[in-house]
Design a protein around this ligand. Sequence first.
Ligand code: AHN
Ligand code: ZN
Length: 332
Amino acid sequence: MDKKNLFPTLIFLIIIPLLLFACGGGAEPGTGNHSERQRVQPPPFNADSAYHFVAKQVAFGPRVPNTEAHRQAGRWLAETLGRFSDTTYIQETRVRAYDGTVLNIKNIIGVFQPDNRRRILLCAHWDSRPYADYDPDPANHYTPIDGANDGASGVGVLLEIARLIHQQAPDVGIDIIFFDAEDYGRHRFSNLPDQDTWALGSQYWARNPHRPDYFARFGILLDMVGASEARFKREGYSMLYAPNIVRKVWETANRLGYGHMFLNRDGGFVTDDHYYVNKIRNIPTINIIHQDDTTEHGFFPQWHTVDDNMEVIDPFTLRAVGETVLSVIYSE
Ligand code: AHN
Ligand code: ZN
């Protein structure tokens, strides 16, 4: 074989593998466009660990402000989050509830990588409702609830995320806030006005952040993220204030195989902690919240009843939400 005939062959031998390599690198199976690709593979979310964190909170009894169970649960949450985070803040204050009751409350804040200027806020409420005012039995209308799903589920998922980012740090700084007194809103059968009666802990934090110049690129609130058959629709205020974050999170869930739970449908507007984080602190924050239009109140069937207990909790739902949030923070 003479040199002239060998040249085109050599070109092909060199160029073809190069082309294949270049294409292969850009088309890994299961990944989407560049903006949503993983920077680092997130650690595996342990649904049993998250479930245990939910059960542990519920075991203290209803976490209603000014009760012993609330004090004990608050102490345990501060200790547990404090074991995982670099810095912990306990923000203690008194707020006035809609009925005039003065509540001793505690926002519990865990900071990871305090010197990182790129930050993501993750939050949930840790208190439980003082009344089961949607219970089918009127005898329970003033009974405090376990709030296994309404409250403890979001905190459980975030404690598991805290445990994991402590082991393997993502590229961004994370702030985890457990807000108090979200669920002391006006009783269904009260004649008092309802304006701003919910989310008292986040209203306080939004006006008095743990660091005066606090800012995050975006925030994610988890509320009622543990019931079996949970369905998450695009919540109204989330779409109003942070539509691109909703899109990012829903696309991530879909890519992970949870498209049947994160529906591409609009839900209602829910006055929840994220509303005040958006409105007062101007941090674009979404709410991942179980909405169900077959119930009269629009939430999961046991909402604000004495049946919102551990029986409602399904580790599969905790995992779907936990994996999705983890994937979002490790791709940031
Ligand atoms: C209202 O019903 C106005 N807000 C519901 C927010 C909430 C209660 N989240 C959990 N419990
Ligand atoms: Zn509630």
